[in-house]
Design a protein around this ligand. Structure first.
Ligand SMILES: Cc1cc2nc3c(=O)[nH]c(=O)nc-3n(C[C@H](O)[C@H](O)[C@H](O)COP(=O)(O)OP(=O)(O)OC[C@H]3O[C@@H](n4cnc5c(N)ncnc54)[C@H](O)[C@@H]3O)c2cc1C
Length: 383
């Protein structure tokens, strides 16, 4: 089979059918452009289906907060169009020491209770479906956060896109590089693929953490590496209902709106003393509940260019024990897996021209779901 290069060539060629590629395809459709999407696999199985499905809005700051706010609207709009689960659930940040309370108080003072609402221990326990760690002191409700089911959303979005006029897909088709970037800024671009050349007016390369496999010259200067995370799917006790995405103290060291508070430094010192096992695996202890009642629990972080394929049982045990303490109850582990995202110490995302009319877009931090649709708007605004 040769690649089904649309005739005439599409306005936009998207490489990669993860959330970043599909959000760009959706933005192109919204702008009335024709789109051809290629992916090396037969369906998306990358970071976009392995995550928590958490659009983590209120914990972002600066430009990331703007992108996340735009993405929030994009998720809700496309949930309605494509028929996938998305809920304006908000998130719950649980505080189990005075330093965590101080971080949440500081953020709430800046954002206001309408966005970051402080709540007491009883409400936190109720949000965790009863029980909960006896150490819980209180928490905050982050009202703008939303959730999707990561195992459903990207597939449904791709299926919906495939029904739109002017949209076509070529699965099991690998991008191999730019063949001809055209001689004028308006000229078409031809890329090489495993099924032959494909031409379009413009190409957007969204290959996630494999950017260095196709464009090492871009990945290396930005120190783009692979960050591997360990995750688990668990079955909680019957009738466990946790509406919000749940964040903890380790999340407060990670997401910028928390980490930029004055109180965050004391929190790091506290967690280094009380929870060294979580910092040793660079944990972000958090969970979300899928529509079928199972919980997505994670995660650890390990950054390296080439990742070992082996899951560490010790890391899993640390995460599962911490989650059981948080919930105050046991659960049954159903699945474990590794997810990988692109990571750069320099910036949270890249939008870079590779050649005339060829742009690489990669989220180089763990917030691709959060900023996806907003990032796509930003990319197109630059053309
Ligand atoms: C465990 C885990 C938890 C996370 N939790 C969250 C969260 O709750 N909220 C959040 O905002 N973010 C989260 N993230 C980050 C988020 O999942 C990623 O930032 C996002 O999914 C990246 O999307 P992507 O489309 O760039 O990559 P991917 O989903 O990996 O998609 C890339 C696609 O490109 C294709 N591809 C690669 N190379 C080629 C090639 N040469 N030719 C053709 N196709 C190619 C692949 O087949 C793949 O389908 C998490 C990540 C992980 C791993």
């Amino acid at each position: 089979m040769t690649v089904s290069n649309p005739v005439p060539p599409a306005d936009v060629l998207i490489v990669g059918a993860g959330i970043i590629g599909l959000a760009h395809a959706a933005e192109a459709v919204a702008r009335g452009l024709s789109v051809h999407i290629i992916d090396r696999d037969t369906r998306a199985v990358g970071a976009s289906i392995r995550n928590f499905g958490h659009c983590c809005v209120s914990a972002q700051s600066g430009e990331l907060l703007e992108l996340a706010s735009a993405a929030r609207e994009g998720w809700l709009r496309h949930s309605a169009l494509a028929g996938f689960f998305a809920v304006e659930s908000g998130a719950l940040a649980v505080a189990r020491n005075v330093q965590e309370v101080a971080v949440l108080e500081e953020l709430s003072a800046v954002r206001g209770a309408g966005e970051v609402e402080l709540v007491g221990a009883a409400r936190v326990r109720q949000e965790l479906s009863g029980s909960g760690d006896p150490a819980i002191l209180g928490g905050a409700l982050l009202h703008r956060d939303i959730r999707v089911d990561p195992r459903e959303a990207v597939g449904r979005l791709a299926a919906w896109l495939a029904t739109q006029p002017g949209v076509s897909f070529s699965w099991r088709t690998s991008y191999l590089g730019v063949a001809d970037a055209g001689s004028s800024p308006e000229g078409p671009v031809t890329v090489r693929t495993s099924r032959g050349p494909v031409t379009a007016s413009r190409a957007i390369v969204c290959v996630g953490h494999d950017l260095d496999w196709v464009h090492t010259e871009l990945a290396e200067p930005f120190e783009v590496n692979r960050c591997a995370l360990q995750m688990a799917l668990v079955r909680p006790a019957a009738h466990t209902s946790i509406k919000r995405a749940v964040l903890t103290g380790t999340s407060m060291l990670r997401y910028p709106a928390f980490a930029e508070t004055a109180a965050a430094a004391a929190l790091r010192t506290e967690l280094e003393a009380r929870s060294p096992e979580l910092l040793a695996i660079d944990a972000n202890l958090m969970l979300t509940q899928r529509p079928d009642g199972t919980l997505l629990i994670g995660d650890s972080h390990h950054t390296e260019t080439t990742q070992d394929p082996f899951l560490s049982e010790a890391t899993s045990d640390t995460l599962m024990q911490a989650a059981q303490t948080l919930l105050g109850r046991n659960f049954e582990v159903l699945q474990r897996w590794q997810g990988i995202y692109a990571s750069s110490p320099q910036q949270s995302f890249l939008i870079k021209e590779l050649a005339p009319n060829v742009t690489a877009v990669s989220v180089t931090s763990g917030i691709g779901m959060t900023i996806s649709f907003g990032l796509a708007q930003k990319t197109f605004a630059q053309f």
